[in-house]
Design a protein around this ligand. Sequence first.
Ligand code: ZN
Length: 136
Amino acid sequence: MSAEASLRPAPWVTRDSQFFWDAARREELVAQACGSCGALRTPPRPMCPHCNSLERREQVLSGRGTVHTWVMPRYPVIPGVAEGTIVAVIELDEGVRMVSAICDIDYDDITRDMPVEVFFEPTEGDFKIPLFRPAA
Ligand SMILES: [Zn+2]
């Protein structure tokens, strides 16, 4: 996304996702971890899908992973998201997947399992959103 483009809309913050957006503002990528069995889960949700525990904690992630799959949505246009944005499923090094966007690369140059790293971009409402780019 170019510097001239408008900011992305503010995220929709819920009780379950508040910790994620607070961490993103500090430029940390985090995931919810089960407080009982330790399984990581993204996106955040109230109950562990493995052991049904309601206990949870926050785990800081490396911010590194690989491209699992990707697409360039054409329609409908998403307000505040530049045309040509590449949406991707990132397989994080910790073993969970996250939907985000890949930047700083042409669509045709992306390959499956390509290493990527997180960076953060400001949004409306003084939030930051985690996005990915080819690993340095
Ligand atoms: Zn669990």
